[in-house]
Design a protein around this ligand. Structure first.
Ligand SMILES: [Zn+2]
Length: 103
C-alpha cells in the first residue's frame, strides 16, 4: 500500500471515498433509528365510561397495573387493551371485589 502515500491526488480521492461511505452508512443508521416503530393508532371513534366496573390491566412483562376509567374503540366493538413494555396488557379478572359489589 506504499503507492497510496506517493500520490497526493490518489490519497485525497481515497480519503474522500472513505468519508462518503462513512457518512452514507451513518445517515442510513440514523434514519433507521428515527423511523417510527409502530403506525400511530387511528383516532378512537367511540369511548365508554367504565369507571364503575374496576377495569384493570396488568403488564405481562414487568407486572405494572393500570385501572381504566374509559375504554376507547376504533369503530368496531373490539376494545384494544393498553400496551406496556411494547406488549398488550392482560385484563385482570378477580372473582369478587367488595368495591364493585352492587348495593
Ligand atoms: Zn411493563
Amino acid at each position: 500500500m506504499a503507492w497510496l502515500g506517493q500520490n497526493p491526488v490518489i490519497l485525497f480521492l481515497v480519503a474522500a471515498v472513505v468519508v462518503a461511505v462513512i457518512l452514507t452508512v451513518g445517515f442510513m443508521a440514523l434514519r433507521m433509528l428515527g423511523a417510527p416503530v409502530d403506525e400511530p393508532a387511528s383516532r378512537p371513534k367511540r369511548t365508554e365510561d367504565v369507571e364503575q366496573y374496576d377495569v384493570r390491566y396488568r403488564c405481562i412483562v414487568c407486572g405494572a397495573e393500570v385501572r381504566l376509567t374509559r375504554l376507547a374503540s376504533d369503530g368496531d366493538d373490539d376494545f384494544e387493551p393498553p400496551k406496556h413494555c411494547r406488549e398488550e396488557m392482560q385484563l385482570v379478572v378477580e372473582a369478587e371485589d367488595p368495591r364493585t359489589t352492587p348495593d
